[in-house]
Design a binder for this molecule. Structure first.
Ligand SMILES: [Zn+2]
Length: 97
């Protein structure tokens, strides 16, 4: 695999993430499918998974997480807690100063 094709896949992943965020209100399945596809592209082509994609995917049930819609975001000491409404999983993300 050459360098150019890897760049193409990274662009595709960014495009899919953008679609997933924009289309959540109109069609949840489209948004869910595009975020799953972005994740699969990252795994298949050995790309670095973008930070935004890590935040948007639930670690347990692989559902899309949009703050204010289907996830609760709370600040605690040292961590940001993202609680998924689908499976109830709480993921802790370290806070940086
Ligand atoms: Zn979940």
């Amino acid at each position: 695999m050459n360098r150019l094709s890897k760049k193409c896949y990274e662009d595709e992943v960014q495009r899919l993430i953008k679609i997933a965020i924009q289309q959540y209100d109109q069609c949840i399945t489209l948004s869910q499918n595009s975020i799953e596809l972005a994740w699969k592209i990252c795994l298949k082509h050995d790309l670095k998974v973008p930070k935004l994609l890590r935040l948007l995917l639930c670690e347990k049930c692989k559902n899309i997480r949009i703050p204010g819609k289907n996830v609760r975001v709370r600040l605690t000491s040292g961590f940001v807690v993202w609680k998924c409404f689908v499976c109830g999983y709480e993921s802790l993300i370290k806070r940086y100063k």
